[in-house]
Design a protein around this ligand. Sequence first.
Ligand code: AHR
Length: 506
Amino acid sequence: MLLAAMLVSFISLAQNRLIINADQGDVRINKHIYGHFAEHLGRSIYGGIWVGPDSDVPNEDGYRKDVMQALINLEIPNLRWPGGCFADEYHWTDGIGDPAERPKMVNTHWGGVIEDNSFGTHEFMNFAKKIGTEPYITGNVGSGSVVEMSKWIEYINFDGVSPMAELRKRNGQAEPWGIKYWGVGNESWGCGGNMTPEYYANEYRRYATYARDYGGNTLYKIAGGANNWDYNWTEVLMKNIPLEMMDGISLHYYTVAGTWENKGKATEFNKEEFLETLRKAALIDELIKRHGTIMDKYDPEKRIGMIIDEWGTWFQVEPGTNPGFLYQQNTMRDAHVAAISLNIFNKNADRVHMANLAQTVNVLQAVILTNDTDMILTPTYHVFDLYKPHKDATLLSHDLKSEEVGFGKEKMEALNVSTSRSADGTVNISIANINPDKKIDLDVVLRGIDAKTVTAEYITAPAINSHNTFENKEVVKKAAFKDFKLNKDNLKISVPANAILMVRVK
Ligand code: AHR
């Protein structure tokens, strides 16, 4: 009794304490929160994913083998394509049939390069199949037409005799693919047509009417939602679009280090800028809450998903690279942004049903960087790898007391946490320690689980700007973590400085 009392008072005195309610929770963390996004932008598709069957780069049917395998290993739940801003300039019929006959176009948004349409619908759908992910296509509302989008869906999904189904068969695909996730335009407030929310809401209703369900497949229709703090956009869409006409509404939020005009460098920054970037990343929590409150007003059951289909860091491009290609390096700072963002998405999983990191390969906060023949996994890749156990797990409530870390004007909690329970009862604890200089001793109280075993993995690095290069690919990599001690329901973890952990208790 005395011992128990002493233990309780010791724990409550601990500066850093996490109490986990392992036997509670009724919200599932949708695996689609761990989704990705690949646009026809820079070397994302061409060179990053697709090199063509005649390339010297080792490939399978034109897809880079190294990238394919890395994405298979990451078990990505869905992949958004073909944009982004590109989606509203893309005409899908240009990307089917004999590749030699496909028309070329200028990719006006991204570097003014020639797009030869060699990667089109079949190449995307086959890629999704090969890497075991669900395709998520964004249709063209900005410069397309209702009939164009409606025929694309017919081409992909119709299972009977129809002009588009016959065309698909002639192009070598007998069976319909049965796509589920469908975006109706992208950033219609900007590159997707500069529309007002009232105008877009009407357009959405028209486009969605002809986005038909075929062969028992039900489309999950995603309306093009707001940017950042544009709460009015969400309000108008929720008010003017009949709820039964949509399943999701998107939200885009990018983290910059400086201002939008001067976004800061990807690898050169000081501790103050590091913390400022993380503070900005964490603002997504407030955005989710405030857009979510508007959605709650119209959809208290939370049936409609908030789909954060573009998020991540956006820095200056690497010196000497095409400014329109958005190629940036990826450091431990990006890893912390990913960890914090994913922890926040998990926490809001009752409303956030999907999220897509921008972007998969060679663009913005990429998980993979390639050169002609080689590939590196970024620190962000390793965070997604560490966080796999959270996918489809039950969100657990917790209470965290964390010391702060501060540089310059900024102060933040040093520890950032998410907790979940897998189907087999394992409790998953993801922890980021954003203090670059200090190891933190964390006391975890495991309530509601008779804990017997603990396993853990982590990433860490000597510096906040540590990153992998083609010369040194494993500066940041996943490793086993052992610095913990389990004593009944108390787990002590020494969380290293500048580290991200996944601790699993069973
Ligand atoms: O991800 C890069 C671009 O950012 C996308 O094309 C666009 O939707 C957003 O503005």
